[in-house]
Write a protein that binds this ligand. Structure first.
Ligand code: MOS
Length: 739
């Protein structure tokens, strides 16, 4: 029996990537391509008073300038996530003369070459009428309001009497936690290349959602979605900033229309800080009440975030706290202020990630007050069901995660006293935290084709932003058909393929692979029918249930596969090019019966140089329960990236705004620090690898894109407390906070 699923299959796209053959959005060679350069607002609030492009129009190579005064009519999309129409910002680019944040697109210049476009853009003179912007949360408190929902989830919830229970609790902890604005900073900046052929638009994009891009661009331009073709075969990382559809995808299209040319628009690194969303700042008040034995009696989690003046996106930090631990009394609430900063967007585990920094720091603080081991405190308060919805978990192996990662880490040898462990001149600290992320699933479709040469294709309008979708698709087809992975060609990232959901919410695996499995099974059914229909074959006249396809062959039930014909022989006998199976699957009743959630445990060792307050994360040991592991190699790689991103969040990442003009002070990769190899030391990852029995009948995997970042920042902060006795509740934990 073939077992490609579950093994360490190397990336199907790996060779293309390391040899530079993988074509990213800006790489597609096009004849006669013109270049667009976006001009962004230098003020954060006000209106555009004048745009003078006279000098630009005389510059060499100039082709066009577009702005609110001359842009074609555009429309606000439906903005419905479920119908796959979701702009990053509902205000249409160039809609009017208003300025809502620094970095907002004001004009677009198109010229023959990139240098000419940059030169002409420099010659455009723009004047503004400005008013003082609201950039800091404190300044914007006059705008505070309670948003009601976030993707269908209510943002306020209560169980029991959390206020009374907190007041009367034997042991209490209450504190406020702060996380800053962060930016995704994928290696590949966003890019869009547009070409019109009559009324048909082709966009080469870097997007986590080809179907969403097609629908959103079509609705914005007011053309039918059948006229729009999105091509995005490779994505150089996304982390959420390529999930919703941002204005550059529309700007390239209107520029191409205006000039009659293929137009390429690349965002600069600086524009990546204003044009594709960010993670909002969060201020979170947590109150925990417990008995002397450590049983939680009250959980309160109150979150204040920023959103923009043009749309609403809420970092829903408290939602996990509704069910993370067992407690009869619980309340969560969310508040938002409107600031003159671009609209926030999902960034790897939006809500869960900053939410767990607060909650898992608070649990550590409570553990110290109780004098109970932090792991033990979490086990005492383990939630055996989702206490918010009342549903049983589809599967949950969190205790196993604590055990597996804790043993590997050597947690039992920890002396809980802060400052008690040393390594030479370094203070050593050990901290831990729980990780969690929902097990989402959406409708997904796929097509599998078995060809006369014995190879196969697997096709879906999904995306691979680095997680390994190209590879996992072929593993599933290989196991169903017996065709080796090397002979299976995966195709994705094209809006004309069978539709799949956004590669966000960690749901690509759970949404697409069940459909791939079913499509492969359908293809086998077709090849059985083909064999039976062949009058010259040994299968002719048999019933379908007397003939089996699998292990690379068609054979009679009860006989060994080798006694039958290969797929190639069956197709060659009729000189048929291929058989094809297609399937669309969607989640069903199981979503009402069970709560789907992934779980994990993060254990972190830090070494702190007390003289210069330098923190090194010297060891991480983590274990995750994500249901079945489809590809241990690619999922380990994805887990490394999540943990490394968590270390960056804990120690480095922080976007700094100038409160006077809303400009970003560190919008470049030199000043916005992310971890490099020198910052990263030992990381050990384990998976419990038990299939989720309910998420789908075939695959049993819940996805791993986001959970691995959650909990890391809290585990680092907890380790720093253990090393130094200093409790830092504000990220990032830079040396100035420890001196
Ligand atoms: Mo994600 S932040 O759902 O790409």
């Amino acid at each position: 029996m073939s077992t490609a699923v579950g093994s360490r299959v190397s990336r199907k796209d790996g060779h293309l990537k390391v040899t530079g053959q993988a074509r990213y959005a800006a790489d597609h060679p096009m004849k006669q391509v013109a270049h667009a350069v976006a001009i962004c607002s230098t003020v954060a609030k006000g209106r555009v008073a004048s745009i003078d492009s006279a000098d630009a129009e005389k510059a060499p190579g100039f082709l066009a300038v577009l702005h609110h005064g001359n842009a074609p009519k555009m429309f606000r999309p439906v903005n419905n996530f479920m119908s796959a129409s979701k702009p990053g910002e509902i205000r249409v680019v160039f809609e009017d003369d208003k300025v809502h944040y620094a970095g907002q697109y004001i004009a677009l210049v198109v010229a023959e070459t990139l240098q000419q476009a940059q030169h002409a853009a420099n010659l455009v003179k723009i004047t503004y009428e400005t008013s003082p912007p609201l950039v800091e949360t404190e300044q914007a408190m006059g705008t505070v309001y309670d948003p009601s929902e976030f993707f269908g989830e209510k943002l306020k919830a209560q169980r029991g009497d959390p206020f009374g229970a907190f007041q009367s609790a034997a042991v209490k902890h209450e504190a406020e936690y702060f996380t800053p604005i962060e930016h995704h900073n994928p290696m590949e900046p966003s890019a869009s290349m547009a070409a019109w052929d009559g009324d048909d638009l082709t966009l080469w994009e870097t997007t986590q959602w080809v179907v969403g891009a097609r629908n959103t661009v079509a609705e914005t331009l007011g053309i039918s979605e059948e006229r729009v073709h999105i091509i995005s075969p490779f994505i150089g990382g996304g982390f959420g900033c390529k999930g919703f559809i941002w204005p550059h995808s529309v700007l390239s299209a209107i520029a191409a229309k205006k000039t009659g040319r293929t137009v390429k628009l690349n965002l600069t690194r600086k524009q990546m800080f204003s044009g594709v969303g960010h993670r909002s700042e969060t201020r979170q008040k947590v109150r925990l009440g417990a008995t002397k034995e450590g049983k939680l009696t009250a959980i309160q989690h109150d979150t204040l975030v920023q959103t923009s003046t043009v749309d609403e996106f809420v970092e829903s930090c408290g939602n996990t706290s509704r069910f993370l631990y067992s407690s009869p009394n619980m309340s969560i609430a969310h508040h938002a202020v409107r600031v003159n900063i671009a609209t926030p967007t999902p960034m790897r585990a939006p809500g869960e990630n900053p939410g767990l920094f607060a909650m898992e720091s608070a649990m550590d603080e409570l553990a110290y007050k109780l004098n109970i081991d932090p792991v033990q405190l979490r086990i005492i308060n383990h939630s055996d069901k989702n206490e918010h919805t009342g549903q049983p978990w589809s599967s949950k192996y969190l205790k196993e995660c604590y055990q597996v990662a804790g043993e590997k880490f050597g947690w039992a040898k920890r002396d809980p006293k802060p400052g008690s462990m040393h390594d030479g001149k370094f203070l050593v600290g050990w901290g831990m935290a729980t990780a969690t992320y929902p097990g989402m699933r959406s409708p997904g479709a796929a097509k599998v084709r078995i060809l006369q040469d014995g190879s196969a294709h697997v096709i879906s309008a999904t995306q691979d932003m680095g997680g390994g979708t190209y590879t996992t698709m072929t593993q599933v087809v290989s196991d169903v058909t017996g065709i080796p992975v090397e002979k299976i060609r995966p195709e994705l990232g094209d809006s004309r393929m069978p539709p799949a959901p956004v590669s966000g919410g960690s749901m690509t695996t759970a949404s697409v692979l069940p459909a791939v499995n079913r499509a492969a099974t359908e293809a086998l059914k077709k090849i059985v029918q083909t064999a039976i229909a062949d009058e010259k074959s040994a299968f002719h006249g048999k019933k379908e249930d007397e003939v089996v396809a699998g292990s690379g062959r068609v054979y009679l039930k009860g006989s060994p596969p080798e006694s039958g014909s290969t797929y190639a022989q069956v197709l060659a006998a009729k000189n048929q090019a291929a058989v094809e199976g297609e399937s669309t699957l969607q989640p069903g009743q199981e979503r009402e019966k069970y709560a789907f959630q992934s779980w994990g445990a993060q254990f972190v060792e830090v070494k702190v140089d007390p003289q210069i307050a330098k923190v090194t994360v010297s060891r991480v040991a983590s274990a995750f329960d994500i249901g079945k592991v489809i590809n241990r190699k690619t999922v380990e790689s994805q887990a490394y990236s999540g943990i490394i991103m968590g270390i960056g969040m804990a120690l480095m990442e922080h976007t700094v705004y100038d409160h006077r003009d809303g400009g970003i002070v560190n919008s470049n990769m030199a000043d916005y620090a992310v971890p490099v190899n020198a910052d990263i030391h030992s990381i050990e990852i384990d998976f419990i690898d038990k299939p989720d029995p309910y998420i789908d009948p075939y695959i049993g995997a819940r996805g791993a894109g986001e959970i691995t970042v959650t909990g890391v920042a809290a585990a680092v902060a907890n380790a720093i407390y253990h090393a130094t006795g200093k409790r830092i509740r504000e990220l990032p934990i830079t040396p100035d906070k420890l001196l």
